[in-house]
Design a protein around this ligand. Structure first.
Ligand SMILES: C[S@@+](CC[C@H](N)C(=O)[O-])C[C@H]1O[C@@H](n2cnc3c(N)ncnc32)[C@H](O)[C@@H]1O
Length: 264
């Protein structure tokens, strides 16, 4: 976990003050000179339009800004060239049925964006208020009038809840077909994890309560629960998965609700 996290006042002092207050974080009046984590608005020099320029970003001490972007960059590239409905992630959630999906570990929103771009309504649940703030900022930017219509429609299929997903599922019992879990893997060697995931690992640490989340998901999903695991890692503790979908570095464990004989 970072020792300190603060919000940079410049270049968006009013928004920064509101965010610092909401997240109960100190505000840096000077630009961040400390060797620690900061949140702030990053003026993206490659932004596609004016409304996309200032992105809420996390500035880790040892790498460039980490932010969520649904309009340009990697997520949009994956939408166009990532294999569509044939990609392992899509197969694992049975995307051809257009399930209503709850992504219980939303993180940087990459997997949720794939589901939404393939036509599904997706509820993103994220318990870190900082990660949720990055997602909320990207969702807001993705709905601006100058965003291409196709991307805007995808973003409109995504809604965000900032909560612990196990608590949320138990309290709200949302009507969803598929619940998707991608808990934080145990820390990888620095070179192996991508920059965004390294920052997330440093910020939120490992997810040590994934078994409880799986149990809550199995009680709630109408059709299936899908858990993303690193290739070769054991399944989460609980019932055995009924099926798996493999990809080069990842395995998706599928728990069919019908096969569990869950009392309704
Ligand atoms: C590995 S990341 C998910 C990455 C995501 N699939 C993506 O494509 O960007 C795991 C995220 O799940 C969140 N998380 C873990 N357990 C959670 C829970 N019980 N409720 C809500 N969020 C949770 C963590 O805070 C972290 O941001």
């Amino acid at each position: 976990m970072p020792h300190t996290l603060s919000v940079n006042a410049e270049p968006c002092p009013d928004k920064a003050q509101a965010l610092a207050q909401r997240l109960n974080l100190p505000l840096n009046e000077e630009s961040n000179a400390q060797n620690d984590f900061a949140l702030g608005w990053w003026p993206d020099p490659k932004a596609l339009s004016e409304t996309q320029t200032f992105k809420l970003a996390l500035f880790p001490p040892t790498s460039g800004p980490v932010y969520v972007d649904f309009v340009g960059g990697k997520k949009n590239h994956r939408r166009q060239f990532g294999g569509g409905k044939g990609q392992p992630l899509a197969k694992a959630v049975a995307i051809q049925d257009r399930p209503r999906i709850l992504d219980a570990t939303a993180g940087m929103g990459g997997d949720a964006f794939v589901f939404a771009s393939l036509g599904c309504d997706v509820t993103l649940v994220e318990r870190s208020p900082i990660v949720a703030a990055l997602l909320a900022d990207a969702l807001e930017r993705g709905q601006q009038p100058d965003v291409p219509e196709d991307i805007r429609q995808i973003v409109e299929r995504m809604s965000l809840v900032c909560a612990d997903a196990a608590d949320y599922l138990r309290a709200e019992r949302p009507n969803v077909d598929v619940i998707y879990l991608d808990p934080m893997y145990p820390e990888k060697k620095k070179a192996a994890a991508k920059k965004d995931m390294q920052a997330l690992q440093a910020l939120v640490g490992p997810d040590l309560d994934s078994e409880a989340l799986l149990a809550a998901a199995l009680h709630t999903a109408e059709k299936r629960v899908v858990v993303k695991r690193p290739k070769g890692a054991p399944a989460l503790k609980g019932p055995e998965p009924n099926a798996t979908v493999q990809s080069p570095n990842t395995r998706y464990d599928i728990y069919s609700i019908k096969a569990l004989n869950r009392p309704s």
